[in-house]
Ligand binder design. Structure first.
Ligand code: 0PR
Length: 381
């Protein structure tokens, strides 16, 4: 019911505290299966300070728009491009939708088809439905990366694009993007890389010496990349990222918004009014941590994953789905449903709906939490 009379802030806060008391929090260390994390305090500071900025009307917030462009260029830079075109958006879903939309709008086919790995995130189902693009699923190999030969076999004159994944949602697998890029170039089809998760991991992990395939704009077939600062970038939700190699992709999804303060403004994002503060926080976090700072975050997360995978292997009846590539470790067990329910009953934030339990070593996850989790898991098994 919409209250007729207002209550005091104190009363409202009290009620809200009670109502959210059943929420799990990141800093409790109980959330082990999420790709989100406790936002970095500096990013929170930025958001609080710039909460009123609206990038939907960049003519009003000219400075913020410039900062967003700088953030996009820094992300593009991380991904091997000197200059990129894109936006800080609401998340990986919007970023993926924008990429499919650009590919479709630039193609000239009646029945557009998109080829994507069976491991692709469900955001592509939304893109398919909204954009009327048929999804053509490519098989996975035994290592859970996409079978590039199957992708090739599925190319037709209706293909508007190919998707490769750099850090799959379930297992953190990185597809053979170099091979997909070659294929895309051979057939003159654009390749989109969904690095929503991996974008803030792979560049740093590679420098740390982990062997991970190339996945970014250094490969010429790659025309767009999704990279989400609200995952491993530690920026508060919502902060996704879409970067295009060339301006024409962004133009292909832009609509005129002529009455806005900026004059001849175009809008490419799905959202109209959208938070400027989050884009500023992306910029600020990159400036604050720098490559070296993010590398340390990734070093911890990668080391923790290798250690955790080793510990899981010692538990009889537990098996890894595959060796971890990034900072995601997924495992199966007999009676998985019972194991899941009992772990949840003990307050762990995990899920096993894919037929395995996924643990994501986000920055809020500490070795102590995992040791406690392992003790519980052993008892339950
Ligand atoms: N692409 C990939 C590879 C993803 O893993 C995800 C999200 C997306 C795109 C979509 O991103 P947005 O959710 O930002 O639109 N993957 C996470 C997942 O499904 C989303 C998530 C995050 C789910 C935190 C639960 C959670 O607690 O696991």
């Amino acid at each position: 019911m919409f209250p007729r009379k207002g209550a005091s802030e104190k009363e409202v806060l009290k009620e809200l505290k009670e109502k959210t008391s059943s929420d799990l929090t990141f800093n409790s260390g109980r959330i082990l299966g999420s790709m989100c994390t406790q936002p970095h305090p500096f990013a929170v500071k930025i958001i609080t300070h710039y909460i009123d900025r609206n990038l939907g009307d960049p003519g009003l917030h000219v400075g913020s728009r410039k900062v967003e462009k700088e953030a996009i260029n820094m992300l593009a830079n991380l991904l091997g491009l000197e200059r990129g075109y894109g936006h800080i958006v609401s998340g990986g879903t919007e970023a993926n939708i924008l990429a499919v939309r650009a590919f479709r709008n630039l193609s000239d086919v009646e029945k557009p088809e998109l080829i994507l790995p069976e491991s692709a995130h469900f955001s592509f189902l939304k893109a398919s439905e909204m954009l009327n693009v048929r999804l053509i699923w490519a098989k996975l190999k035994k290592d859970y990366s996409v079978d590039v030969r199957d992708v090739e076999n599925k190319i037709t004159e209706n293909t508007i694009g190919i998707v490769g994944i750099a850090g799959t949602t379930g297992l953190g697998v990185v597809d053979d993007i170099p091979a997909l890029s070659d294929l895309a170039l051979d057939h003159d089809i654009p390749l989109h890389v969904d690095a929503a998760f991996g974008g803030f991991v792979i560049p740093f992990a590679k420098e740390l010496g982990y062997e991970i395939p190339d996945f970014d704009f250094r490969l010429k077939g790659v025309k767009s990349i999704t990279i989400d600062p609200h995952k491993m970038g530690m920026v508060p939700i919502p902060a996704g990222g879409i970067i295009f190699r060339e301006k024409r992709y962004l133009e292909a999804v832009s609509v005129p918004a002529p009455y806005l303060a900026g004059g001849k403004v175009c809008q490419a994002t799905i959202t109209g009014t959208r938070p400027g503060a989050n884009a500023l926080a992306v910029w600020a976090m990159i400036k604050h941590l720098g490559f070296e700072g993010y590398k340390e975050v990734v070093r911890r997360a990668m080391e923790l994953s290798r250690w955790f995978a080793g510990e899981l292997k010692k538990i009889p009846g537990v098996y890894l789905i595959r060796e971890p590539v990034l900072n995601i470790v997924s495992f199966g067990a007999e009676e998985l449903e019972r194991v899941e329910e009992e772990l949840k009953g003990r307050g762990w934030g995990i899920s096993a709906h894919r037929g395995y339990i996924r643990i994501v070593m986000m920055p809020h996850v500490r070795r102590g939490h995992l040791e406690e989790f392992l003790r519980d898991l052993k008892e339950i098994i």
